[in-house]
Design a protein around this ligand. Structure first.
Ligand code: HEM
Ligand SMILES: *[C@@H]1O[C@H](CO)[C@@H](O)[C@H](O)[C@H]1NC(C)=O
Ligand SMILES: *[C@@H]1O[C@H](CO)[C@@H](O)[C@H](O)[C@H]1NC(C)=O
Length: 518
């Protein structure tokens, strides 16, 4: 009896304590005089996402609308019990990611160099370490370097065409095919390997790459815990990347570096540039790389650092780009006039370049670029951007102060589909990005690659990869909706990146004027 009483007392006290803590926690925004979105105890504002009844991108869009419809310039929400600040006014967005970047240098995602060397990549690194590495890597992404890699990129379209011809007449999951294409491209340009995943869908690179994004429940939960309790996890020395994936990428990179150094091999790819940074501290044709603050010695990168960067080029480069191209082909299959116009432009431009897809030819494809940008507007692969407040910040033109440690969520999807910024936002209309209409797009309302000093470092390469892939496909094939195309698109609630459930199925046939010479 005695024991039972003590037990009841303990349980009820802890229950009360938790309840008070939660009550206090969910007053977080109210106390700071910031509008709070709807929330439920424990679940926060995104319950439907956790119950897999809604997608992450739609959920953030709804919260954006909730604030916007109240006329708020910003608001606060809860990811479970963690408070997140969401700017709505584009001026505040701009301040956070560009003007007052010094207050929001980091993304606040887990990084643990010691336990998990692969996690120390450009996307997750913080503060000075990030800045230093960003300076070192920037020269590898200039237009000159992309031009140099262009051939390697175009080479990967050969496998694409071969596969398309083989599957002719069937309805295909274009997402899978493009995922294999971008795996080959990044494998080839970042790792210097012939992955052959277009030929062999069971190739190890493809399988590992896919498993990075198609997570089992256990890993999704682990990722959430790493996001919710990063400091505790760091103390416990938790690894973010599963051991087998980590071992695979580390071994592949180390073998490649060793092989190239031993045999004095240089190739036109990112790996070559990374090896130059490791051995020479600079790129051979860039003498101005060391800016004033950086000494020569600091320019060098280590083998572990090469592994982490190659890994993030792969993780950040293959799924985003293949997703963008997939949504693009889906919209083009629905809007045949636009498809025709894009194909026409490709043909006209190529005829000016002896039928060859060169870097200069790709640069001339303005309409194709409009089509890609409209795709990235309607379907931004990253539906939000995140930042963490690294230095106390007074929000401009308000008396509200955000303290250090507050997390920020920039609602990219909400902004991209806001009729104030893009009239009739559900309509797929590349004319929004035409030379004359483009000036109506307000700065910082088009954020598929982010903005400011932490903008996507691979934006040029990503755009180029999409152009090359689309050209290879549209020149030779005409795409249509098929009986298997699911309408409307159903997004995958499990994925943070914008993905559809079960891929996107399209049918296609060869176009009449065949263009094989790429
Ligand atoms: C269509 C393709 C792509 C899309 C939509 C995309 C999107 C993004 C976005 C939204 C960010 C965050 C920006 C921010 O927080 O402001 C980012 C960062 C990054 N992306 Fe991309 N990306 C693409 C392709 C690539 C490629 C091909 C690479 C590498 C080869 C790459 C490497 C990176 C890296 C390293 C970062 C971190 C930059 C930093 O923190 O300094 N991305 N990307
Ligand atoms: C490696 O190749 C470069 C040119 O590709 C050459 O200049 C250099 O001498 C070679 N080094 C060795 C050790 O063979
Ligand atoms: C498309 O978007 C990219 C990346 O934001 C930009 O550099 C380019 O100028 C845009 N092109 C057009 C035609 O709007």
């Amino acid at each position: 009896m005695e024991l039972f009483n003590t037990f009841t007392l303990l349980v009820s006290t802890s229950f009360l304590l938790i309840w008070f803590w939660l009550k206090n926690n969910y007053n977080f925004w109210k106390k700071r005089n910031i509008e709070s979105s709807h929330y439920e105890y424990f679940w926060g504002s995104m319950k439907e996402v956790f119950l897999q009844k809604d997608t992450f991108s739609d959920s953030t869009r709804k919260i954006y609308r909730e604030f916007k419809d109240k006329g708020a310039r910003h608001g606060g929400l809860f990811f479970l019990w963690v408070p997140l600040y969401m700017p709505i006014d584009i001026e505040i967005v701009k301040s956070i990611i560009q003007v007052d970047f010094q207050h929001f240098v980091n993304r606040g995602i887990y990084v643990n160099e010691k336990a998990d060397p692969l996690s120390a990549h450009l996307f997750s690194l913080q503060g000075k370490k990030w800045k230093l590495l960003r300076n070192k890597l920037t020269p590898t992404f200039t237009s000159g370097k992309i031009r140099m890699m262009f051939e390697t990129l175009v080479d990967c379209t050969k496998g694409l065409e071969k596969l398309m011809d083989k599957e002719m007449g069937k309805s295909v999951d274009i997402k899978d095919i493009l995922g294999r294409f971008t795996t080959d491209v990044i494998g080839s340009c970042a790792f210097g390997l012939n992955c052959n995943s277009l030929e062999d869908p069971k190739s190890e690179f493809r399988v590992r790459g896919k498993s990075l994004f198609e997570k089992e429940l256990g890993r999704s939960i682990k990722d959430a815990i790493l996001f919710l309790l990063p400091n505790l996890m760091k103390k416990l020395n938790m690894k973010m990347i599963p051991e087998d994936i980590s071992n695979f990428f580390m071994t592949v990179v180390k073998d490649t570096v060793e092989y190239r150094e031993k045999n004095n091999i240089s190739r036109k790819d990112f790996m070559d540039l990374l090896i130059q940074l490791k051995n020479k501290g600079k790129l051979v044709d860039d003498d101005q790389i060391g800016t004033e603050q950086i000494t020569e010695a600091e320019n060098y990168i280590t083998l572990d650092e090469i592994c982490a960067q190659a890994f993030i080029f792969f993780e950040a480069g293959f799924e985003t780009s293949s997703t963008a191209m997939t949504f693009c082909l889906y919209e083009l299959a629905k809007n045949k006039e636009i498809q025709k116009k894009a194909r026409e432009e490709m043909r006209i431009v190529l005829s000016r370049h002896e039928g060859k897809l060169t870097y200069d030819a790709a640069m001339e494809m303005h309409y194709v670029e409009q089509v890609i940008n409209e795709t990235l507007r309607k379907y931004p692969p990253g539906p939000i951007l995140n930042r963490i407040c690294t230095k106390e910040y007074k929000v401009p033109n308000t008396d509200i102060v955000l303290e250090k440690g507050i997390r920020v969520m920039i609602p990219v999807m909400g902004i991209h589909r806001d009729p104030e910024h893009y009239p009739d936002p559900e309509k797929f209309d590349p004319e929004r990005f035409s030379e004359e209409n483009k000036r109506n797009i307000k700065p910082f309302t088009f954020l598929p690659f982010g903005e400011g000093p932490r903008v996507c470092i691979g934006v040029r390469f990503g755009m180029m990869q999409a152009k090359v892939g689309l050209t290879a496909l549209l020149l030779n094939y005409d795409f249509d909706m098929s009986e298997d195309t699911k309408e409307p698109l159903e997004f995958d609630p499990r994925s943070f990146i914008l993905l559809t459930k079960g891929g996107i199925w399209l049918k296609y046939r060869r176009t009449e004027n065949k263009y094989t010479e790429l």
